[in-house]
Write a protein that binds this ligand. Structure first.
Ligand SMILES: [Zn+2]
Length: 66
């Protein structure tokens, strides 16, 4: 019978959609501080952003001096 095949297919679909994507809190790539929950886990905290920015500025200044 066709009805029995339909029920098994819909049951398999329900199982596939039942588990939601894992949401893990993001960790700062540089200091490991726990940040907001993101689906992709790449995040840099404000402190490290400032540090990276300051380092980039220092390097730029060095290149200009040389
Ligand atoms: Zn950080």
């Amino acid at each position: 019978m066709a009805t029995s095949k339909e029920t098994t297919e819909s049951a398999a679909e329900n199982r596939a959609t039942a588990s939601p994507p894992l949401e893990k809190p993001a960790h700062c790539l540089l200091c490991g501080q726990i940040g907001p929950v993101l689906l992709y886990g790449h995040w840099v905290c404000d402190h490290c952003k400032n540090v990276v920015h300051a380092e980039a500025l220092a390097k730029k200044r060095q290149i200009i001096k040389e």
